[in-house]
Design a protein around this ligand. Structure first.
Ligand code: MG
Length: 201
C-alpha cells in the first residue's frame, strides 16, 4: 500500500502559506509506515511546529495505469477523512533549500485515517468536511473547492505510478491549517458525521 498526497489543492490554503497556486498537481508520497495505528499521536521530538491538515481520502479499488479522466471513477468507491500531519518547520527548511519533503511529511504516524464510507452515499458534486480543534471549527471545506478534482488526480497520478487496490489518495487540505500541542482533540466531520477523532498525547 502506498499513500499518494496532493499539496496545494485548495486556493485559500496555497495562499495562507504564501505558495503559488499550482498549474498542475503537486504530488508527494508517504510510505505505509507513516500510517498511524492509533488515534493518539505523539509529537515527534524533531519538530517544534507539527501542523494538522484534514483531507478527503480516496481508496483505490481497482488497479489504475494511464487511466483517462472519464474512466477514473471506476477505480475508487470509498472515501474517508485523514490528517496529513506535517512538520512545518522542517518543511519550510526543505523548501528554502529546494530539498524533498519526506522528512517533513513521511515520518512515522504522519498520516491518520478514519473508517471509509461508500462514495455513492454522497451524491452531491460537493462533499463537505470540516475539522474541529478543541471544540472550535478551524477548517471548513468541500470537494468542489479542489483545484484538481478526484477524477483528474487519479488520471494524473496513474500516468506516473501504477495505482493498486488499497492505495490511498490524500486529496489536499482546505485553509485553516495550524499547529497542535499536547492535549489537543481533533474531530473531523464528513458532511455532518463525526468520523475521525485524533488526540495529541
Ligand atoms: Mg496535505
Amino acid at each position: 500500500m502506498k499513500i499518494i498526497c496532493i499539496g496545494r489543492n485548495y486556493v485559500a490554503h496555497a495562499e495562507e502559506l504564501n505558495n503559488e497556486v499550482p498549474g498542475e498537481p503537486l504530488v508527494f508520497m508517504k510510505p505505509e509506515t507513516a500510517m498511524a495505528k492509533s488515534d493518539r499521536i505523539s509529537i515527534p521530538s524533531f519538530t517544534n511546529d507539527l501542523h494538522y491538515e484534514l483531507e478527503l481520502v480516496v481508496k483505490i479499488s481497482k488497479l489504475a495505469k494511464d487511466v483517462g479522466i472519464e474512466n477514473a471513477n471506476n477505480h475508487y468507491d470509498s472515501i474517508a477523512l485523514g490528517i496529513d500531519f506535517t512538520a512545518r518547520d522542517i518543511q519550510d527548511a526543505c523548501k528554502k533549500k529546494g530539498y524533498p519533503w519526506e522528512k517533513a511529511k513521511a515520518f512515522d504516524n504522519s498520516a491518520t485515517l478514519s473508517e471509509f464510507r461508500a462514495f455513492d452515499d454522497y451524491k452531491t458534486s460537493t462533499i463537505p468536511f470540516n475539522l474541529v480543534l478543541n471544540g472550535k471549527k478551524v477548517q471548513d471545506g468541500h470537494s468542489g473547492l479542489m483545484i484538481f478534482s478526484i477524477d483528474y488526480l487519479i488520471s494524473y497520478c496513474s500516468k506516473y505510478f501504477t495505482l493498486e487496490a488499497g492505495d490511498l489518495l490524500f486529496t489536499g487540505t482546505p485553509a485553516g491549517v495550524g499547529p497542535v500541542k499536547s492535549g489537543d482533540v481533533l474531530e473531523g466531520y464528513l458532511a455532518s458525521e463525526l468520523l475521525h477523532k485524533v488526540i495529541i498525547n
